[in-house]
Design a protein around this ligand. Structure first.
Ligand SMILES: Cc1cc2nc3c(=O)[nH]c(=O)nc-3n(C[C@H](O)[C@H](O)[C@H](O)COP(=O)(O)OP(=O)(O)OC[C@H]3O[C@@H](n4cnc5c(N)ncnc54)[C@H](O)[C@@H]3O)c2cc1C
Length: 305
């Protein structure tokens, strides 16, 4: 979200923009996992669950997504709660559609070569006047260590909470409300994924373990974690255990920054390198979008001065 927000804000300038993402497709932490269950194609939002739109500029972007059919309100999560449709990653996919995005392309090294940057990604080397980095803090610290050690040190000062996410489907509807926040300390959030607007398929749930429970289970195999957390979910909600039709888990090592910089994006107008991401604004989709847009505005200023 932060990277594509920056690229969108720079599109239409003289800059020729290339976006590299190591993922197989659009989403990042606004991911959607597609699976086939009993012959139906079903999608789970296993990362971000919904997003708010409070800033006027972000609200305008979300209104455009709604017009395009890639976002809809989800009032059950709050008056200003939105989701991507038909999956959480739809907004990111929509943003990427108008840009030159290279999926499956992991930036491995950033190197200054005279007045330009070289970005090494596997066999390919990209040359650019400006590099903007929009990845979780822990990954930014590694990527920037050689190229921008000061920024790397700032990224290294951020710690993100992990989150184990469980994706489960059931033959029958569970006797529960659509969203649940639990105070048992085990489960932080659970939602009936199939209750979100535009979702196909039967009764599906996404269950997030709390940061403490996620840390406890961090190195266990995902199948074991899925079973343990499903048990936690039934125990926390006081629901009779029901065998799932489908059960899987995903480990987010850097789900949400626990500490963050309020200073805004990092940008060096001499070296033309900028850093954005939720950890430089607020640990939410909206924070990532605003951070990406802010670093793009700094780049626009530098490129015209
Ligand atoms: C389980 C979970 C629940 C959440 N719930 C909510 C919620 O309900 N509401 C909310 O607003 N927010 C929520 N969030 C937070 C929200 O998802 C993030 O704040 C936001 O999506 C961060 O966007 P970003 O662009 O900063 O980072 P990311 O989405 O992490 O994007 C970074 C991108 O960089 C790519 N990348 C990383 N390293 C490299 C590399 N070396 N080379 C190339 N590409 C690379 C990744 O593939 C990824 O696509 C949740 C997050 C998680 C994980």
């Amino acid at each position: 979200m932060a990277g594509l927000s920056a690229a969108t804000a720079l599109a239409g300038t003289a800059a020729r923009i290339t976006v590299l993402d190591k993922g197989r497709g659009p989403g990042g932490r606004m991911a959607a996992r597609r699976v086939e269950i009993a012959g139906d194609q079903v999608s789970f939002d296993h990362g971000a669950q919904y997003f708010t739109a409070r800033d006027p500029a972000f609200r305008a972007a979300v209104a455009a997504w709604e017009q395009a059919g890639v976002a809809a309100r989800w009032p059950v999560a709050g008056d200003d709660a939105w989701v991507g449709t038909p999956g959480m990653n739809a907004c990111v996919r929509h943003m990427a559609a108008g840009l030159d995005v290279r999926w499956n392309m992991r930036a491995e090294r950033l190197r200054r070569d005279g007045a330009v940057w070289q970005v090494e990604a596997g066999e390919t080397v990209f040359t650019a006047a400006t590099v903007l980095v929009a990845v979780p803090a822990e990954q930014a610290a590694v990527l920037l260590a050689e190229a921008a050690p000061d920024f790397a040190a700032r990224a290294a000062g951020i710690a993100s909470a992990p989150c184990w996410a469980v994706m489960a489907s059931f033959a029958e509807r569970l006797p529960l409300a659509d969203t649940l926040r639990s105070d048992t300390g085990l489960i932080s959030w659970a939602a009936r994924n199939s209750a979100k607007p535009g979702r196909a398929g039967g009764e599906t749930w996404v269950i997030h373990a709390s940061p403490a429970r996620s840390r406890e289970l961090i190195d266990l195999p995902k199948d074991a974690v899925a079973r343990i957390l499903l048990g936690d979910f039934f125990a926390s909600t006081g629901t009779a255990p029901t065998p799932p039709q489908h059960l899987d888990a995903h480990r987010w090592l850097y789900a949400q920054p626990e500490t963050r910089k309020s200073e805004g994006p990092l940008y060096d107008p001499e070296l033309r390198i900028g850093i954005a991401g939720d950890w430089l604004h607020s640990p939410r989709v909206e924070g990532a979008w605003l951070s990406g847009r802010a670093v793009a505005l700094q780049e626009r200023l530098a490129s015209t001065s």
